[in-house]
Ligand binder design. Structure first.
Ligand code: AR6
Length: 179
């Protein structure tokens, strides 16, 4: 059973942490942990494409020629409950001295900015880069939470609720400490 979500008020909105498969969440936009070629893959990306159906890949290949690390692109949500999917590209962890923290912050910042540009109130994000890309979650969590806070504090933003969908209890605990 999923534990109760953890919520913190920030500016006019809130940050929510929950243990969940992100593809099941009913929000305006889901953030995907994609790669720079937008070619699909495993982890969240694989789950997102399976749940959304072929529209997602069709739109990505028709409208985008990849996406640099640290930025994001937006598509429709296909069969998902979410209206939009925002494909954010986090860095692959090397040793922490190749701009990884800045690139991760930039990926979240770009994703939240796209959500706000499209008038979204509710968005959900995974712990970008902490799976296949190997970014230590203890270092990633404060970056993710910090960017969410900054997005909610932006004057005039449409964003009201940013949910982090964590895949395990240990990941949820790390984010809870950062929050
Ligand atoms: N819902 C929520 N979180 C999930 C889900 C899910 N359905 N599935 C996995 N996670 P990852 P990355 C967690 O590997 O590290 C892909 O091949 C997972 O436990 O999905 O950014 C892309 O195409 C981890 O905590 O993304 C890229 O090539 C977090 O989501 C590459 O992987 C992120 O893990 C991106 O790697």
């Amino acid at each position: 059973m999923e534990p109760e979500p953890l919520t913190r008020a920030v500016a006019g909105g809130s940050i929510v942490l929950r243990r969940a498969d992100i593809t099941t969440l009913n929000v305006d936009a889901l953030i995907n942990a994609a790669n720079a070629s937008l070619a699909g893959g495993g982890g969240v990306d694989g789950a997102m494409h399976r749940a959304a159906g072929p529209d997602l890949m069709r739109e990505l290949s028709e409208r985008h020629r990849g996406c640099p690390t640290g930025s994001a692109v937006i598509t429709g949500g296909g069969r998902l409950a979410a209206r939009h999917v925002i494909h954010a590209v986090g860095p692959r962890w090397r040793d922490g001295h190749h701009g990884e923290p800045e690139l991760l912050a930039s990926a979240y910042r770009s994703a939240f900015a796209l959500a706000a540009d499209h008038g979204c109130a509710t968005v959900a994000a995974p712990a970008i880069s902490t799976g296949i890309y190997g970014f230590p979650i203890e270092l990633a969590a404060p970056i993710a939470v910090g960017e969410a806070k900054r997005a909610l504090e932006t004057t005039g933003t449409s964003l009201r609720e940013i949910t982090f969908a964590l895949f395990s209890d240990p990941d949820l605990e790390v984010f809870a400490r950062a929050l």
